[in-house]
Design a binder for this molecule. Sequence first.
Ligand code: NG6
Ligand code: CA
Length: 510
Amino acid sequence: MSFMNRRQFLGTATAASAATLLGAKKPSAQPNIVLIYADDVGYGDVGCYGATSVHTPNLDTLAAQGLRFTDAHATSATCTPSRYSLLTGQYAWRKPGTGVLPGDAALIIDTDKLTLPALFKRSGYATGVVGKWHLGLGQGDIDWNGEIKPGPLEIGFDYSFIIPATPDRVPCVFVEDHRVVNADPSDPIHISYKAPFPGELTGKEHPELLKMKPSHGHDMAIVDGVSRIGYMEGGKSALWVDEDIADTLSSKAVRFIEKHKDEPFFLYYPVHDIHVPRMPNPRFVGKTSMGPRGDAIAELDWCVGQVLATLKKNGLEENTIVIFSSDNGPVVDDGYQDEAVARLGSHRPAGIYRGGKYSNFDGGTRVPFIIRWPDHIKPKTTTNALVDQIDLIASFASLTGQKLATNDAPDSMDILPALLGRSHTARQSLVEEAGVLSLVEGDWKLIRPSNKPAYDQYTNTELGNAPQPQLYNRISDPSEKHDVAAEHPEVVKRMLAALNQVEAAGRSRN
Ligand code: NG6
Ligand code: CA
C-alpha cells in the first residue's frame, strides 16, 4: 500500500481493524507522530520517573496525559546502535560497524532497506528529522563543502536538519538536507580524526583557551571554547554555538510541525540534551542544584514543552501521537569537567537500576518511555509491558495498515496494543547490547560472559562484564545485585542457547 492520504486510509480494511483496536473512538485520520529522542537521559532523570532534584513539568504533563512504561528499552547502551535499531528495526549488533561512530563515518543504514521514515512516507506522511544524527553520512571521505549524501534524505526523510555526529565530535556545524548551514566557500571545512591541521590549536596543548575543560578524552579541536573529539579547520561562519543548539533545533522542529499541519507528518526529533558537552542556554543555568547536567535536563524539558505548545496552538494535540524516550542510560562524568559528579547530590540518574550508559546492567538500556495520544490512550496510566524502541517500526506498520515483508525490520515486533495501553503484555524477550549481548526473557536476564573490564574508572560505570555468564531475576532483584547463575545452571544453559539461536537466525520476528 503506498501513498495513501488520510481519506484513503479510512477506506481500507486494515484501517478498519486498526479502528477496532482503537475501540469506540475511530481514528479520524492518520495520526501525526512526533518522536522525541533524548540523549543519555536515564530512567531516574525525569520527574515522572522519580527525580526530585530537577523539575520536568512538560514531561510530567506528557505522562499525566498519556501512558508511561516502566520496562521500556533502548536496544543498546550507547547512541549509534540504539538509533540504528530504532530506525531500521534490525538489531545493530547484526551489522558490523554500528558502534559509536566518529563524525566522518559513512552512512551505516542501507538506502534500500525499509526504515521508520520510509514506512511513514509509504503511507503518505511528510517526514522530517531534526537533531542529532550519529548514523554516518556519505560513502566515506565526505566533502563537507559540497553535497553531503547519502544521508537522512536517502533513507526516507523529506527534510533534515542535523548535528552530523555528536556535540562533542567535529564537525561542529549543522547540515540541512544535503548542505552545511552557513557554509562559506572561501573558508572550506576539513575534518580529520587522525591528526591536527597545520597550525590548529588543540585542547591538549592549550587548556587556557577552554571554557569547558575535558576530564578525559575530548582534547582535540577547540570550537567555541570547548575541545572536542577530532580535528577541524575552516567553516568559521558555520560553527554552532553550543548554548544555542537547543533553541536552533527547537525552532526547526516547530517550523516542521507548522509547515505540515494540514497533512500527516512524522517528526523524528533526536534532541541534543543531555549529551556532553552540557552547555545549556544561560536561561537554564542555575535552574537546578546539579550544575550543567541538571540544567540540561531542564532545557530538555523546555524543548518538550515547545513541541506540546506548538501542537496545542495548531489544534494538533488530539491527532498527534507524541513519544518521548532516550537512546541509552545515564552517565555522570562523560568526559568534561562540568561538576556533574560533585553536584549530583541524592539524584539517582538510573533510578533503582544498576550501571548506566555503556553497561550491560539494566541502567544501560532501561529508559523513560512515554506515549500520549489523547482520546486513544488512557491518561495517567502506567504499564510494565516489556517493550523495545526497535518495535516502533512494526507497530506503526500495523497502525498505518501496512504489512512488513519478511526481511523488513527483522527484529521489530508489533506491540501496538501495548503502546496504546490496551494490553500489558508485549515482548516475551529481547536482546540488549553493551559490552556483550544480554538476553531478557520472562523473569530472567542473562549476560553473556566476557573478559572485558568490569568497571570503567573514567565514567565510574559498572560495565557488567564478567568472565562467567551472569543471571539475574528481574522480578525479585531488579537492581541486579545477586548473580544467581550458580543456582540455576539449567536456566543459564537454556538462555545461552536461546541467545545463540537469535543471533544465528539473523532475525527474531516470526
Ligand atoms: C565516548 C566519549 C563520550 C561520548 C560517547 C558517545 C570520550 C572519552 N568519551 O567515546 O563523551 O561521546 O563516546 O556517546 O571521548 S553516545 O551517546 O553518542 O553514544
Ligand atoms: Ca547517547
